[in-house]
Design a protein around this ligand. Structure first.
Ligand code: GLC
Length: 447
């Protein structure tokens, strides 16, 4: 009897554990989720846009924090913000030409300034010299180019008077004992209402929104977590207003399986397909051309064309997406450095995008040759070998005997002759001259 009770208790504990691991907010099956995310999983490559008042100091979007600026010191940017050369149609054309299929723009960053016309604040673009809802024009322009549109929205707010001072706030005290004093009169409940109201505006006033990208939670002492934002209610509201929307993972709802649709490794190279409870999860890495998200005039550590292409290919080769950032200037232009990089990617994508769209990690039994990255399209059953270091003529594909029907360069569709070696490997006969593309791709039509 005792033994049976023990068994029952163990079983119950096990069930509770399983349930805890699979806490869910929504009634959506895995299959329905895959469908909702279908376009995003296919498209793989998007543009991130960080734009706000911080484009004026032009020394990082965290400048208010880094330099511990007060609201009044920061006010000059608000009073003078006038992006007179802003033409989102041009941005959209550049994104599309680069091969990007979707874009996510900062509607409000941590500084609290709203690029959109919100009823709930005066701290917005319509009250600056430009006097426009910059988001409205942006949405129209990007949609017109056939790009999916996403809103970044900062949960953090360094301007709202009710937002309590925390450890990443520009007015954070040196002595932790001062927090209470500093936060007297600040009321996070009011800020939560503000958050809710603004997200409601964004989810109602601009038509169909494809992505919501919230940023970010930092639980712990003098931090902010899902309770501070009321994340559970927020995500429910957003999904209700925009049933098809895809949402990132920064609202601190990790205890739920569906508290975010994808994870967001930032500025890091992902070494393998990320997992959760042993299961592969959807992911998108966000990256900058240089070290900053906002326009940074004097930043010089810009990635080159090849590095950027590797970033994209490598993401797809591990089943992920790339959201690549531009930080437009305060005049409203994407500067020459960013333009040339977008162009470089576009030149490559124009003839090689088949190895990106609809592609994912290659089947596990396929061995990756040295100095290459593999992607695979499960629908067309084509395998893509990206040659990072162009080899000299003979190129072996171990273990693929009997599996390859045809081989060609992707950029010009020209046949690559192949033969089977005595060992049973496939060997390709590449031309000595490296084709005139940054990273040549071999397309293998599989049996
Ligand atoms: C961060 C930064 C931020 C940037 C974002 C992009 O968490 O706070 O400035 O917007 O990441 O992922």
């Amino acid at each position: 009897m005792k033994k049976m009770t023990l068994c029952a208790i163990t079983f119950l504990l096990f069930l509770l554990q399983v349930q805890a691991q699979h806490k869910k907010i929504f009634n959506e099956t895995d299959q329905q989720k895959e469908q909702r995310l279908g376009w995003w999983l296919n498209d793989r490559f998007g543009m991130f846009i960080h734009w706000g008042l911080y484009s004026m100091p032009a020394r990082h979007e965290w400048v208010k924090n880094y330099e511990r600026m007060t609201d009044s010191a920061y006010q000059k940017y608000f009073e003078l913000f006038n992006p007179d050369l802003y033409n989102p149609k041009e941005w959209a054309r550049m994104a599309k030409n680069a091969g990007m299929k979707y874009a996510v723009i900062t509607t409000k960053h941590h500084e609290g300034f709203c690029l959109f016309d919100s009823k709930f604040t005066d701290y917005k673009a319509t009250n600056t010299p430009i006097k426009k809802d910059l988001i409205k024009e942006w949405v129209d322009a990007f949609r017109a180019e056939g790009l999916k549109v996403g809103f970044y929205y900062s949960l953090i707010d360094w301007h709202h008077p009710d937002y309590t001072i925390d450890r990443v706030h520009p007015q954070r005290p040196k002595d932790p004992k001062e927090y209470d004093e500093l936060n007297k009169g600040r009321d996070m409940a009011k800020y939560r209402t503000y958050l809710q109201n603004q997200l409601k505006e964004l989810m109602t006033n601009y038509g169909k929104i494809d992505i919501l990208w919230t940023d970010f939670s930092f639980p712990g002492e003098h931090g902010k977590d899902h309770n501070d934002w009321n994340s559970l209610e927020l995500i429910k509201m957003v999904r209700k207003l925009q049933p098809g929307i895809i949402i990132n993972d920064r609202m601190d709802l990790n205890e739920y399986d569906d508290g975010g649709d994808f994870v967001t490794p930032e500025q890091v190279k992902v070494s393998e397909w990320p997992t959760r409870n042993g299961k592969r999860i959807h992911w998108e890495t966000c990256q900058t051309f240089s070290g900053s998200w906002g326009y940074f005039r004097d930043e010089t550590s810009w990635k080159d064309n090849k590095q950027l292409l590797v970033l994209l290919i490598e993401s797809v080769s591990k089943g992920g997406n790339l959201l690549l950032n531009v930080g437009p200037t305060s005049r409203g232009l994407i500067d020459a450095r960013a333009q040339s990089r977008l162009q470089g990617m576009g030149d490559w994508m124009k003839v090689n995008s088949r190895s990106i769209y609809g592609c994912t990690e290659a089947p596990a039994d396929i061995k990756r040759p040295d100095n290459t990255l593999l992607t695979y399209n499960p629908t067309t059953k084509r395998l893509y070998v990206h040659l990072l270091d162009y080899p000299l003529q003979r190129f072996d594909l171990p273990g693929l005997k009997g599996k390859v029907k045809y081989a060609q360069f992707l950029h010009d569709g020209s046949e690559i002759k192949m033969r089977t070696t005595d060992k049973g490997d496939i060997t390709l006969n590449l031309p000595v001259l490296k084709p005139d593309v940054e990273i040549p791709v071999i397309e293998l039509v599989m049996e």
